[in-house]
Ligand binder design. Structure first.
Ligand code: ZN
Length: 64
């Protein structure tokens, strides 16, 4: 009986670790998404602008 309880504790510990890891991964993804809000696709040339309000490829302004 003691052996199965020990096994149960290990399974529980692994489960908590995985749950914490998933929670952290989701939070990191949210932070990543927040940083991505400035990204936009240039309507003139289709260039994917990652930062700034001006297309670095053709110089077009970011559409409102
Ligand atoms: Zn462009």
């Amino acid at each position: 009986m003691g052996g199965s309880l020990y096994l149960l504790m290990i399974i529980l510990a692994i489960f908590i670790s995985v749950a914490a890891m998933i929670a952290r991964a989701n939070r990191a993804e949210d932070t990543y998404d927040d940083l991505e809000t400035d990204e936009w696709d240039c309507p003139d040339c289709g260039f994917h602008v990652q930062a700034g309000d001006t297309c670095i490829y053709c110089g077009a302004k970011k559409p409102q």
